[in-house]
Design a protein around this ligand. Structure first.
Ligand code: GCO
Length: 463
């Protein structure tokens, strides 16, 4: 008898407003920082923009029907701040509010729970012009934005994510200049902006708890690095955990789950931060942990891959090089199925909260085959391997994972890569906006239907 995921395990898929909606000028929506960056020559592949994307702004009912056909219990969507508040603050745009009423109702009517991400990178450019996350007013701006959302949708939406990947919108957007707004700032400014984002997280939790009519469950959706132990030796297990939460001193990588989880759940920055970077922070910054640390209900993790880690001879974690020719996805990311279960184990050990995999998936070489179908065999195998490994850990009671959101329900605007990279279970013909469920759509549908019983018991080694 094949093992299955537990009855209550949540099956979902995810997307984000700027990546799929289009309708960039519809009904009062104003520029986000991504609209501005998309018009900046050279910043986005082939000059692609989110002006039309997957036209989810008009096709949301078709897409909700596809999600129901897939058998999704939940769909993770984000709200475009500049649709609700074209000026970033001030009076709300009723037409924008009505759009998300329609999307949420379309999902609920089809038995799909909307799990709403308040912020998935598309900051109103009007706020960027006022300094964006560098402005100490950001927590208040975000609180006001959240309060409006909570009052409007909090009777129907009961699961919320505050921020999607501060590591990316701060790191790639303000340190590396790759993502919007395309800035390259000194580390001190980057850490101050991150500090304001974490305070915004805390304020949003307070607003959700105060204004949602239906009791909200609240979490976040960070990303970061995952250490996969090279063996079951305790020294390697410890090294993999330590590497996952190490700050990579004396430099600092903010691509790190601990920069979200530690302040939000433990009320402090990761070990070593204060002595190395405290002098760059606003005076009295530690008082702000009282705002950041609010009770949340789950820890989301966007996980795409991990690194194999062993205990080094010097007692420090050491990375194990992958063999030549190790499989990679179209993003050149390594395929490492054990990243999910180890990410869950590390996070549960550190934070003691239920964990949802809030993103996992791959870009693969998808096109419409001669039979008119999309045979995305790589994504089917990616799904099989990652979910089989996760199931084995969950069934053995080793990984307390409460659910899985596949990234993504449909091909979409992959940020600086534009539409060159396809992550979807549904193929989008951008010229005609036709939706074509891929082979992986049917496979995920079967995995959901059987709660994973159809997954391979012992997949052949990945090589
Ligand atoms: C992220 C974002 C998504 C990406 C996806 C593929 O994790 O970077 O949340 O918007 O599109 O992860 O890169």
């Amino acid at each position: 008898m094949s093992e299955t995921f537990p009855e209550g395990f949540l099956w979902g898929a995810a997307a984000a407003s700027y990546q799929i909606e289009g309708g960039a000028r519809a009904d009062g929506r104003s520029d986000s920082v991504w609209d501005v960056l998309s018009r900046w020559p050279g910043k986005v592949a082939d000059g692609h923009t989110g002006d039309v994307a997957c036209n989810h702004y008009q096709r949301y009912e078709d897409d909700a029907a596809l999600m129901a056909d897939l058998g999704l219990q939940a769909y993770r969507l984000s709200i475009a701040w500049s649709r609700l508040f074209p000026d970033g603050t001030g009076s709300a745009n009723e037409a924008g509010l009505e759009y998300y009423d329609r999307v949420i109702d379309a999902l609920l009517e089809r038995g799909v729970q909307p799990w709403v991400t308040l912020f998935h990178w598309d900051l109103p450019n009007a706020l960027q012009r006022r300094g964006g996350f560098l402005n100490p007013n950001m927590p208040d701006w975000f609180a006001d934005y959240t309060a409006t959302i909570a009052k409007r949708y909090g009777d129907r939406v009961t699961n919320w994510f505050t921020l999607n990947e501060p590591a990316c919108f701060i790191g790639l957007g303000l340190r590396d200049g790759i993502h919007a707004p395309g800035w390259v700032l000194p580390i001190g400014e980057v850490l101050v902006a991150q500090h304001h984002a974490l305070m915004a997280h805390g304020r949003a939790v307070q607003e959700l708890r105060e204004h949602c009519k239906a009791a909200p469950r609240i979490g976040c959706a960070p990303t970061g690095k995952i250490g996969i132990p090279a063996s079951t030796a305790q020294t390697d297990l410890d090294a993999a955990y330590d590497w996952t939460f190490d700050l990579d001193l004396p430099d600092v990588s903010i691509f790190h789950y601990g920069f979200m989880g530690d302040p939000a759940i433990l009320g402090r920055y990761p070990e070593g931060f204060d002595e190395h970077f405290g002098h760059l922070m606003p005076k009295g910054y530690k008082h702000d942990f009282a705002v950041m640390k609010q009770p949340i209900d789950f820890f989301g993790m966007n996980i795409y891959n991990g690194k194999t880690i062993r205990a080094g001879d010097d007692g420090r974690p050491a990375e194990v090089e992958r063999p030549v020719g190790h499989p990679v996805t179209m993003m050149d990311w390594p395929v490492t199925p054990d990243c999910l279960s180890w990410g869950v184990k590390h996070a549960v050990k550190r934070y003691g909260l239920p964990v949802y995999i809030t993103e996992n998936g791959c870009a693969s070489m998808d096109w419409v085959a001669s039979d008119g179908c999309v045979h995305d065999a790589a994504r089917v195998d990616y799904l099989d391997r990652h979910l089989a490994a996760l199931r084995n850990a969950v069934v053995k009671d080793e990984a307390d994972c409460a659910g899985y959101f596949h990234w993504s329900i449909m091909d979409n605007f992959e940020w600086a890569e534009g539409y060159r990279k396809r992550f979807g279970l549904v193929y989008i013909d951008y010229a005609t906006q036709e939706r074509i469920p891929k082979d992986s759509f049917r496979r995920y549908q079967e995995i959901i239907r059987t709660r994973g019983a159809c997954l391979p018991a012992d997949p052949a080694p990945l090589r």
